[in-house]
Every structure is written in structure tokens, then in C-alpha cells.
Design a protein around this ligand. Structure first.
Ligand code: ADP
Ligand code: MG
Length: 766
């Protein structure tokens, strides 16, 4: 870090000299050096310093201000592949721009990830003129318009050219879906070629911690309808709570006891429920349990017009068009006796954890990473470097306020807020959810106190409102996530009376989020205060059976004494630590599980790529493979040979005929080759189609099975001690089955498909 400080000082001296040059001269010089460095393999300190001075000066010419030393230090930290912890308002956007420029000279391709489309666009537009000045093109990749039903392939060329820009701004979900989609296409012209060189992730904790486990899933064709939903629903309705099954409400899990397993064995007439052959049955029982025991009508969903509709847990709003994860939706339908809808297969999935681990280099920016530095190091091999503040913060974090009941707290918050507003301070009131934001909003309206409410819809309008949240006597009510990435500027008169006042309506589930909220006030050495309000009825206590807190609140006290307050303070810390540990464990397990699928996915995607790109086909080897597949199938599965011939070799087989399978394969091969001989490359194309079709169909079904296996194990239904190990063993087994099914499909598709050739080749698969 000391070294970085020295470098930044040298940079700023050099940059000062550049200010003298005319615009034309500077551009010419900057472009020349950029071009020269870009083509050099070696990069020494001196080059780094002159490159930095160029980008800093380019920023100054476009934006009118000179980067702070801490911004240069932050950029150097990013270049080293670390996380730069810089508070809100320290200027992370420009820090990233400096890093991107140096990355361009060294790696040539980098992507800057933001949390949402609005921020990606904002930062792209802000930086574009700066890069343009240096003759570097940059791109913005946006979400495809879902409503207009644009075909992915249709936009492919345009998207590819955007991704080919050396500097790209986009969001994690856009990139994730592009990655998944492009591995589902069958022609190389349709395939996106994504560059996994360097990813800089802005607000990295939000993406890699808060959203880490949420897998991105592309679902496709409906599956064959299962008939197990109704019967398992019936079974579950006969079970007795606590005796036949147990639950963990915080984790929202439910599992069968030994007694419950016995009942299932009897009911379904199976010997051992947890036998591998009963995979489907176990899965459906688990879903039925989940639907009947955990999911609550009115809280999680409602029934309207013969359909199940999801409710957003934080807002209580109906989420039109959303479905519960595959299978659970149908299980709830069975529970509520509404017609079962079709289940979709997962075709491809990836978690952000693994998506970002694919990059050669990963870096990140955020105001709050230090509390989770161990996890960043263990999972992503990222060090967290705390960058000093440009101007030391004078924000004061006031003591917590403690109340017994929620209504006491509401009154107290109201009193404090009005006091602050009267004094001219702008107040940002931060709540845990949209639901609580609305409660506070109604409460303030009832007292005729006007305010804005921000719920994190992440659009430009919200960003505008949050920018204004620093004006005199303004009250803004916002959820934790609302307006993240937009800093609140305060006016001079506000600075003089104490700056922005942040009021948090409760403590959140981690110290990191508490810090995130505190960081809203006191940017760039400005004044500001933060204070948290606690009541014994807060959500944070709810999930824990906290005896003493219960006892205190049962006493119907009006005020708490010193010792009680100290106890509560201590308890909150403990609960936060427990939550953090739980979350960490969950993320770790989830990553390990995804890792298994990732290895498999990479093999398959690689094989597909090889097929898509190959020109030459080794005919001899292909025939040999087909024959071997045939032999393997007969050997391994004791196939009845007549059945085998019908299924794989010849649908019009006459049982009385003698057949030599190898000969049949050779005959078919020669027939197809002759048929396609007049058309150049048609035979190769036919084989390609066969291979891809076979891999894809089976892969989709494999991904789906893996997804369900994970669901099973996540919910602990199998009652095993080491879920991860069990998952890994099972996934190996499923993978073998998958490989065999691909071989089978290739043989079948080759032997039994119909060919037509007019203008181009048309294959009809069996
Ligand atoms: P962060 O992402 O760290 O919260 P931003 O990048 O959004 O911060 O920057 C916050 C504000 O500070 C922006 O309005 C930006 O224009 C301004 N800013 C950034 N760097 C400088 C600088 N070197 N001098 C003056 N203002 C700056
Ligand atoms: Mg930012």
C-alpha cells in the first residue's frame, strides 16, 4: 500500500505536466502511448506510471476533476486481483475506470459488472467519452427485451460485437444468461464467444455474497407429467407432526423421522424408501411435505382463479407470472386441489459463484467487504484491501435506542425523526423490507409528514430521488438495497447543521449490512450521524428462541434498565454472528455442489465446441464407435436382442430374420454416405446434428436431475449425515448414466433418423 501511495504521487506529478498541453496535443500523445503500450508484452513500473497519468488526465479533461490518490491506489489494488474496500462516495466509478484502462493495456479484455441495468448504463455513459479520447472502444450489453420475444440468435451478431469491445459494462445476470444460452446453441455462428479475462465487480459483496447461491436457470420444454403429486399429497396429509416429521422453521426445511419413513414404506409398498431406485418417489414426498408443512396460504401464495400465485415475502404483493421452483409449484397445486400445471425442465444452470470463478482474474469494489474477508479469500482467492478514506470521516455513529415493544419503537422513531427534520437535517430512514417501509410511510402520512419512499426498483427515477435525499429537512424512507450505488450529496447549509442523519429501524442480519447502511452518511469527510432503533419484537429475535428476551418482554416493562440493554446489545451481536456463520456455510456447501456440476458442464461444453468447430470427420473411427456403443448396450443392460434391434437398429425388423448388428451398422453408414455424397459436407453435417442432438437432449435431462438431487439434499430429506459427500457420490452415478444415455442416443439417432435433402439437409430424429 505504501508503494501504491508513492506511485500515485508520481502519477499526479506527471499528470500535472500533461495539463499544459492543448487538447489536440494531449490526444495525439495519449493515443500514441496507448497504442505503443498495448502492443508491448513487458510492462514495467515506469510505463505503469505514465499510463496512469494519461488516464487520470483524460478523466480530468472530460469530467473536470483530478483523481484522488486513494482512487489510484484503489485501481492498483484492483489490478492485483484484489478487492478494494472503499466507502460510499469515495469515487469507485473512477477507480474502476483507471483500472480498466490499465487492464486494457495488459489483458485486452475486461468486463465491469454492476448490480443493475441502470448502473451499468450510467457508468458506461460516464466512461465512454474518456475511453474514446484514448481511442478505445467500450460497450454496454443490456438485457434482451423480454416482451418483444426477440430470439436470442437474432441478436447474436450485435451482442457478439458488443462483447468484443475491450471494455464492457454489463450486469451479472445479463452475462450469466448469455453464457448459458450460448452453450445451448448448435451452430457456431450462433454461439457467443465470451471473454473470461478480467472481471471487475462493483459492489462485489452484493453479487457474490447476497446473490451468490441463487442459480440462474434456463428452463425449457415441459417434462412428462408425473402422477406422483396427488398420491404423495394424500400420504403427507396422513402424517402426524413431530412424530412422523420434524421441521426447522428458520431454514424452512422439513424431514421424515424414522417413524415417518416406516409409514412411507408401508404406504407405498416399498422395502426401503431411501433406496436409489425410489429417487422420484422420495423427491415427490419431500415436495409434498414442503408444500403442506412449510408453505402457507396467504403468506407464501394465494389461490386465485384456479391458479397458485406467489406472494413476494417482503412486500406481500402478488408476483404475476412467477412460479415456485420446479415441482414445488405442482405439489402446492395438489395440496390446494387445483389442476396441475406442466413442469418445466431446467436446461442449464450456473450460480454466480461459479460464473465468476471462471475468470482468469477477478477483482472487486465495495464499501463493505472486510467483515467477510475470510470467505472472499477461501472461495474466490480474493484479498480484501482497505483503502484509506480520501478525507477522514467525521460521521458519528450514535448509541442504539432500546424499546420493549414495536409500538414504543415507532413512537420513538417518529419523535426523533421530527426533531431532526425540524432542525433542518435530511433524514434517511432505512428499513429491512418493503413491507416495513410501507408501515413507516403510512405512519408518517398519518402525522402529515411528507416524504419519499424508495423500494429498490432500481430505476433511474429512484436514483434521482436518492440524490435529493441530502436536501434540507427532507425525509426519505428506503429499504436496504434501494439506491445502492448512488451517493447522497448534501448541501453546504446541511453540512453546517450536522449533515445527513441515517435512522435504521432495526439491526439487520449481518454486521456487513449494518455497515452498508451506516455508510450512507458522512461521505468525503462530511458530517453525518447514524443510529439504530431496537425493540424486543424485532425480526432479528424472532427466528431465535431467546429465552431471556422473552422474559423481559413478558414483563410488560415500559423502559429497560442498563443491564437489560447491555444484554440485548450482546445478544444482537451474537445472533448476527450466528447468521453470518450459517450463511457462510450455506454458500460454501452450495459452491461445492455447483462445482461438481461445473466440472461436468465444462467437459460437455468443450465436447460440443469441438463438434461445432470440427471440419473433418474420421469415418472409420465413427463406425467403430457406433459398433462399440451397440456392444456396450447389449452387454451392460442384458438387453433382449430382439428388443434391442427394434429400439436401436431397425424398426421394421422381422423376428424370423437372422441379423448381424455390426453389418447393419456398416450398411447404414454406407447407405447414408452414398445418399449424401453429391452434396458437399452434408454427411459431416448429418453426423454433427446427430452428435449435438444426442448430447443436448441427454444433458438437459441430466442437469434437471442434478438440480433435483440438490433440492433433495438441501432439504435433508434423505437424513444422511454428510449431505455434500452424498451429493457428490450420487452425481457421479448420475453422470455415468448420462454418458451411457448419450452413447445410446447417438446410436439410435444415427440408425433410425430420416433424411431429406432438398436445398439443405433435414433430419427427422426418431
Ligand atoms: P462510490 O461508487 O464510491 O460511492 P461514485 O463513484 O459514485 O462513488 O462517486 C461519488 C461522487 O464523487 C460522484 O458524484 C463523482 O462524480 C464524485 N467524484 C469522484 N471522484 C472525484 C474526484 N476525484 N474529485 C471530485 N469528485 C469526485
Ligand atoms: Mg458506486
Amino acid at each position: 500500500m505504501n508503494n501504491f501511495l508513492k506511485i500515485s504521487k508520481k502519477v499526479l506529478i506527471l499528470q500535472k505536466d500533461l495539463e499544459e498541453q492543448s487538447d489536440g496535443d494531449f490526444n495525439e500523445y495519449a493515443q500514441k502511448i496507448t497504442h505503443k503500450f498495448y502492443n508491448q508484452n513487458e510492462f514495467d513500473n515506469e510505463m505503469e506510471i505514465s499510463a496512469l497519468s494519461i488516464i487520470v488526465e483524460a478523466i480530468r479533461r472530460e469530467e473536470g476533476y483530478v483523481a484522488f490518490p486513494v482512487q489510484i491506489i484503489g485501481a492498483l489494488t484492483l489490478l492485483n486481483g484484489n478487492i478494494a474496500e472503499m466507502k460510499t462516495g469515495e469515487g469507485k466509478t473512477i477507480t474502476a475506470i483507471i483500472a480498466l484502462y490499465l487492464g486494457y493495456l495488459k489483458n485486452h479484455h475486461q468486463i465491469l459488472f454492476t448490480q443493475n441495468q441502470y448502473l451499468a448504463k450510467r457508468d458506461y455513459e460516464f466512461s465512454r467519452p474518456i475511453f474514446k479520447r484514448l481511442n478505445i472502444s467500450s460497450g454496454l450489453v443490456e438485457e434482451l427485451d423480454k416482451k418483444s420475444n426477440q430470439k436470442f440468435s437474432f441478436k447474436m451478431k450485435e451482442r457478439q460485437s458488443m462483447y468484443d469491445n475491450p471494455i464492457v459494462y454489463t450486469t451479472n445476470d445479463v452475462f450469466g444468461f448469455d453464457y448459458l444460452q450460448s452453450n445451448l446453441v448448435s451452430q457456431s455462428e450462433e454461439k457467443l464467444n465470451l471473454h473470461f479475462d478480467w472481471a471487475i465487480v462493483d459492489e462485489i459483496d452484493s453479487i457474490l455474497l447476497d446473490d451468490a447461491q441463487m442459480p440462474l436457470i434456463i428452463s425449457g420444454n415441459p417434462k412428462a407429467q408425473s402422477n406422483l403429486f396427488n398420491i404423495t399429497n394424500k400420504f403427507v396429509s396422513l402424517l402426524e407432526p413431530l412424530i412422523d416429521y420434524q421441521t426447522d422453521n428458520r431454514k424452512k426445511t422439513v424431514w421424515l423421522t424414522e417413524q415417518g419413513v416406516q409409514k412411507a414404506n408401508k404406504f407405498f409398498r416399498v422395502e426401503k424408501l431411501f433406496n436409489k431406485n425410489n429417487f422420484e418417489l422420495v423427491k415427490h414426498i419431500m415436495l409434498a411435505l414442503q408444500a403442506n408443512v412449510i408453505m402457507k396460504i396467504g403468506d407464501d401464495y394465494i389461490v386465485s382463479g384456479g391458479e397458485i400465485k406467489l406472494l413476494d415475502s417482503t412486500t406481500g404483493r402478488i408476483m404475476e407470472g412467477s412460479l415456485f421452483e420446479s415441482g414445488l409449484h405442482q405439489a402446492i397445486e395438489a395440496k390446494e386441489f387445483v389442476p396441475l400445471s406442466k413442469e418445466n425442465r431446467s436446461m442449464a444452470s450456473v450460480t454466480y459463484q461459479n460464473l465468476f470463478r471462471m475468470f482468469k482474474q477477478l477483482s472487486g469494489l465495495t464499501g463493505t467487504a472486510y467483515t467477510n474477508r475470510k470467505e472472499f479469500l477461501e472461495i474466490y482467492n480474493l484479498h480484501v484491501d482497505r483503502i484509506p478514506e480520501n478525507i477522514k470521516s467525521v460521521r458519528s455513529d450514535l448509541k442504539d435506542h432500546y424499546t420493549v415493544s414495536l409500538s414504543n419503537k415507532l413512537e420513538l422513531i417518529m419523535k426523533r425523526t421530527t426533531e431532526l427534520i425540524k432542525a433542518g437535517r435530511p433524514v434517511l430512514l432505512v428499513t429491512e423490507s418493503i413491507f416495513t417501509a410501507n408501515i413507516y410511510s403510512n405512519f408518517f402520512w398519518s402525522k402529515n409528514i411528507s416524504h419519499n419512499v424508495l423500494t429498490g426498483s432500481q430505476n433511474a427515477n429512484e436514483a434521482e430521488i436518492i440524490k435529493m435525499a441530502g436536501k434540507k429537512s427532507t425525509l426519505t424512507i428506503a429499504t436496504i438495497i434501494a439506491g445502492r450505488g448512488t451517493d447522497i450529496k448534501i448541501d453546504k447549509d446541511v453540512q453546517e447543521i450536522g449533515g445527513l442523519a441515517v435512522i435504521a429501524t432495526e439491526h439487520f442480519s449481518s454486521k456487513r449490512i449494518d455497515n452498508q447502511v451506516r455508510g450512507r452518511a458522512g461521505r468525503q469527510g462530511e458530517n453525518g450521524t447514524t443510529e439504530f432503533f431496537v425493540s424486543l419484537e424485532d425480526k432479528i429475535f424472532e427466528d431465535f428462541y431467546v429465552n431471556r428476551i422473552e422474559r423481559i418482554s413478558n414483563k410488560k416493562l415500559l423502559k429497560l434498565n442498563f443491564f437489560q440493554k447491555e444484554y440485548i446489545k450482546h445478544k444482537i451481536k451474537q445472533i448476527q454472528t450466528k447468521f453470518e456463520e450459517d450463511d457462510y456455510k450455506n454458500r460454501f456447501t452450495s459452491m461445492e455442489m455447483d462445482e461438481t456440476l461445473r466440472v461436468q458442464r465444462e467437459i460437455i461444453y468443450h465436447e460440443r465446441d469441438t463438434i461445432i468447430n470440427q471440419n473433418e470427420l474420421n469415418h472409420k473411427q465413427f463406425v467403430y464407435l457406433l459398433k462399440r456403443y451397440a456392444k456396450n448396450i447389449i452387454d451392460s443392460e442384458n438387453y433382449d436382442s430382439t428388443r434391442f434391434i427394434f429400439d436401436f437398429i431397425d424398426e421394421s425388423y422381422n423376428i424370423d430374420d437372422q441379423i448381424n448388428i455390426d453389418e447393419k451398422i456398416s450398411d447404414r453408414f454406407n447407405y447414408v454416405q452414398n445418399l449424401l455424397a453429391p452434396y458437399p459436407k452434408a454427411f459431416e453435417e448429418f453426423v454433427n446434428q446427430i452428435l449435438l442432438k444426442s448430447i443436448d437432449t441427454e444433458w438437459v435431462s441430466h442437469v434437471d436431475k442434478m438440480q433435483q438431487l440438490r433440492l433433495l439434499i438441501d432439504k435433508r430429506v434423505t437424513g444422511q449425515k454428510n449431505p455434500l459427500q452424498e451429493y457428490q457420490e450420487d452425481s457421479q452415478r448420475l453422470y455415468k448414466i448420462f454418458r451411457n444415455s448419450v452413447d445410446k442416443a447417438i446410436l439410435k439417432n444415427f440408425m433410425l433418423s430420416r433424411l431429406e435433402i432438398k436445398n439443405n439437409l433435414k433430419v427427422t430424429f426418431p
